[in-house]
Design a protein around this ligand. Structure first.
Ligand SMILES: Cc1ncc(COP(=O)(O)O)c(C=O)c1O
Length: 388
């Protein structure tokens, strides 16, 4: 049975029964069918028609060989130029399998085995896994109480990890997963300054960049003055829900071009041809779809805010400025350090456990609100009733 469009031609209106029937990805495979899955960053969206068309046509033609990636790079650059006035040189980029693979290669370039990689916790849990998998060491410079970059703390940690002359990197989530914080140009400029003072390389993961909600404005790191030594990694995989169609791009700042050229060209073989075809179509022909999606996410954000206020008065929602992920402080609900575990057991709703996002995660959980308003309402009601 094929994928359905959302009800009333919405993108996020796909009924739960259809999702359960049609989806076989890890979001749906991990838990029993009575659980509402609101954990991993996959959207319950109808697919972007331009992507469906491009991938189906390629499979029908038997066009399933290896990927040339030049056109893909040019389309990403055309998209970032049109959206944010960021016209990078597509010829200086390197294409890779996915964002975390790109991050892995860059950490290998910019740090030494056992060397420090700084992150601002709580932060995307896979950052910890990637740093560990590369044999590097995580150093945390937690976000401030306002969930924004704490630049004094970053300066202290950068100084501390480089005192012995170690080469260090900072892994930025721009925008920030799990709080949805959208970093401002001034914050990014200050980050670049302190990073440069200590010789720290900034790797900016911008996978959620197209998912900044209408009340905020996204700033690509490399558009900010003083960021020339930085490198960005991005992909269409979050914004168009294409995690299964692998491709991503590494974009070096002007003073990082030579360093990134040292990556072996073998790394580019990881981008799959269907992934490149899908993402090229998304960037080129999926902008109107993306705009509608972001409007629906904005409506869901309002709905989530209202539902939490009405049904979970003891919870504090960090209202996200971007992404479809929201950070919930559930510490006052008496559910312990890992409220997601209790919520799963009692309410049969799967949230992402706060502690996996590092320091600052205890007592918290992350909710994925890229689903239909009905599912969102049902999930919050279930959580509320398990607290009675
Ligand atoms: C900030 C961030 N970076 C990277 C990824 C994963 O990207 P990829 O599948 O391209 O490695 C995610 C997925 O949720 C994410 O939230």
């Amino acid at each position: 049975m094929g994928e359905r469009r959302g009800t009333d031609a919405t993108i996020l209106g796909v009924p739960l029964a259809h999702l359960r029937r049609d989806r076989t990805s890890v979001k749906w495979a991990r838990y029993d069918p009575d659980v509402i899955p609101m954990w991993i960053a996959e959207m319950d969206c109808a697919p972007c028609p331009a992507v469906v068309e491009a991938v189906s046509a390629a499979v029908r033609r038997g066009d399933t060989g290896y990927a040339p990636t030049e056109e893909y790079a040019a389309e990403v650059a055309a998209f970032t130029d049109a959206e944010w006035g960021w016209a990078f040189d597509a010829g200086a980029t390197t294409r890779v399998a996915d964002v975390l693979t790109g991050v892995t290669h860059l950490l290998g370039l910019f740090t030494d085995p056992g060397g420090p990689v700084v992150v601002s916790s709580p932060v995307y849990n896979a950052f910890y896994e990637v740093i560990e998998a590369c044999g590097r060491q995580v150093k945390e410079a937690p976000l401030g109480p306002d969930h924004r970059l704490d630049l004094d703390r970053l300066a202290d940690v950068f100084a501390e990890v480089t005192t012995d002359g170690a080469r260090a990197a900072y892994l930025l989530s721009n925008p920030h997963n799990p709080t949805g914080t959208v970093h401002t140009p001034a914050e990014l400029e200050a980050l670049a300054r302190v990073a440069d003072e200590h010789g720290v390389r900034v790797v900016s993961d911008e996978i959620h960049g197209p998912l900044v909600l209408p009340t905020s404005t996204f700033t690509p790191y490399l558009t900010v003055p003083g960021t020339e030594r930085g490198v960005t990694v991005t992909s269409a995989s979050k914004a168009w829900n294409l995690a299964g169609l692998k491709a991503a791009i590494i974009v070096p700042g002007d003073d990082a071009v030579d360093a990134v050229r040292r990556l072996h060209h073998f790394v580019t073989f990881g981008a799959s041809h269907l992934g490149v075809i899908a993402q090229t179509a998304a960037y080129r022909d999926g902008r109107e779809w993306l705009r509608r999606l972001v409007d629906e996410l904005d409506a869901n954000r309002r709905l989530l805010t209202d539902l939490v206020a009405e049904h979970l008065p003891g919870a504090r929602l960090v209202v996200p400025e971007s992404t479809y992920l929201a950070w919930l402080d559930l510490a006052d609900l008496g559910l312990g350090d890992d409220p997601a575990g209790e919520v799963l057991r009692r309410a049969r709703v799967a949230l992402s456990p706060g502690p996996i996002f590092g320091s600052g995660g205890a007592g918290h959980a992350r909710i994925n609100y890229a689903t239909s308003p009905d599912v969102l309402a049902e999930a919050i009601r279930r959580i509320a009733s398990c607290l009675d």
